[in-house]
Design a protein around this ligand. Structure first.
Ligand code: 13P
Ligand code: 13P
Ligand code: MG
Ligand code: MG
Length: 372
């Protein structure tokens, strides 16, 4: 059996400048130093520290499999070191996503988000890592569906023999904490019926149905950590990260990128309580601005080789072909903003991360007159 490689993307907001915009360079430096130590200790093989707006993204390769306590502890300690720097600089929301004081074996449920894939490396292993800020895991549903199931997006579904066999989707119901597996194309309509409700049903993993990779080995994985449910109160939107493997019987990188050439609406944006367009950006624009948005997606492309990340990565959305989508996103942001406090710009009451409703109900208690 070939030795397996694991790619772990673990992220957290440990504080930012100015307000909820970007990670400070000193925090990035602290994270690099911490992961460098982890390499020298033999915990991980390689790493790349990225950011998505105000979220610190630890991209790590290792031989320890998913949910490994040592790797997760490394991420946790790295976030703690970043938090210390953030506190010294009085950065905004220092330690925001570290919800507990003590680490207990796995970052899941403790605040950070994680997407991990253990794989038998193919002779060439291209991967895309998509990092979103000011939105939620369900924001991945639409592009992931289009990449792996929409023949109008991915030509290979029609004209590549392996892709033509379709893909298997693992969908999580993040309210009821359960999952279901659905095969495309034959269960496509059932799949869509669920994942259209993106605040509740989220695509967690995708598997190939051809023999291009082992059947139980994910070819895509999305973080589905839901901070609002973990903490029971608002502590920041659960900005997600996703990994997608490319080429050789899987969707090509071009097909993977094609799914983002149109700015679909996602929930999040200001105070995690508004719908707005997702703007794909290169590093140059990897930060939120207007109304803490519009929500962003930043993407990096790597090749994995013997459990290392071949660098430098490709800045996937730094291309003129995405300019029309960015322009349209800016126009849509304008359009949505003009609704102010009205739905569907403002989220429905039960999905808002911030609300004054309980206080208002209390304040006006007894003043409501019966109209029946
Ligand atoms: P592969 O079949 O080599 O992955 O190439 C497909 C492709 O990327 C075409 O755009
Ligand atoms: P973050 O989740 O990215 O910290 O954003 C919080 C927020 O409320 C922005 O308006
Ligand atoms: Mg923040
Ligand atoms: Mg964020």
């Amino acid at each position: 059996m070939a030795e397996k490689t694991t790619l772990s993307a673990i992220k957290a907001d440990v504080g930012s400048i100015a307000g909820h915009q970007v990670v400070h360079p000193d925090v990035i430096e602290a994270a690099r130093a911490s992961l460098k130590e982890a390499v020298s200790l033999g915990v991980i093989e390689d790493f790349y520290v990225a950011t998505a707006g105000d979220d610190l993204q630890l991209l790590m390769t290792h031989r320890r499999g998913v949910d490994n306590p040592k790797v997760h502890e490394t991420a946790w300690l790295t976030f703690q070191r970043g938090t210390e720097v953030a506190k010294e600089l009085h950065l905004y929301g220092a330690g925001q996503d570290l919800l507990v004081d003590a680490f207990s074996g796995n970052v899941r449920g403790l605040g950070p988000g994680s997407a991990e894939i253990e794989m038998v490396e193919r002779p060439s292993e291209p991967v895309a890592i998509f990092m979103m800020d000011k939105t939620e895991p369900g924001a991945f549903n639409l592009p992931i569906f289009r990449i792996f199931a929409d023949p109008f997006n991915s030509a290979g579904l029609v004209i590549d023999t392996a892709m033509h066999m379709g893909f298997r989707f693992e969908v999580w119901d993040i309210e009821e904490h359960r999952r279901i597996f659905l095969n495309c194309p034959e269960q496509m309509y059932d799949l869509l019926a669920f994942i259209g409700t993106k605040g509740r049903f989220v695509i967690k993993r995708v598997y190939a149905r051809s023999n291009k990779v082992p059947k139980d080995e994910p070819i895509a994985c999305i973080s589905t950590d839901k901070l609002s449910q973990i903490a029971g109160k608002y502590v920041g939107k659960d900005d997600p990260v996703g990994i997608v493997r490319a080429q050789s019987g899987l969707p090509g990188m071009g097909e993977i990128l094609e799914a983002w050439a149109w700015p679909f609406l996602v929930s999040g944006w200001n105070r995690g309580s508004h719908n707005g367009p997702l703007m794909v950006v290169g590093q140059k624009d990897n930060r939120t601005a207007r109304f803490d948005g519009p929500p962003r997606c930043f993407g990096l492309g790597f090749q994995i080789a013997n459990a290392t990340l071949v660098k430098p990565p490709v800045d996937l959305f730094d291309d003129p072909s995405f300019e029309p989508a960015r322009r349209q996103a800016a126009e849509l942001a304008d359009y949505m903003r003009r609704h102010g406090p009205f739905e569907p710009h403002r989220l429905p009451m039960d999905e808002m991360e911030y609300t004054t409703m309980p206080e208002l109900m209390e304040k006006h208690k007894g003043k409501w007159e019966d109209v029946r």
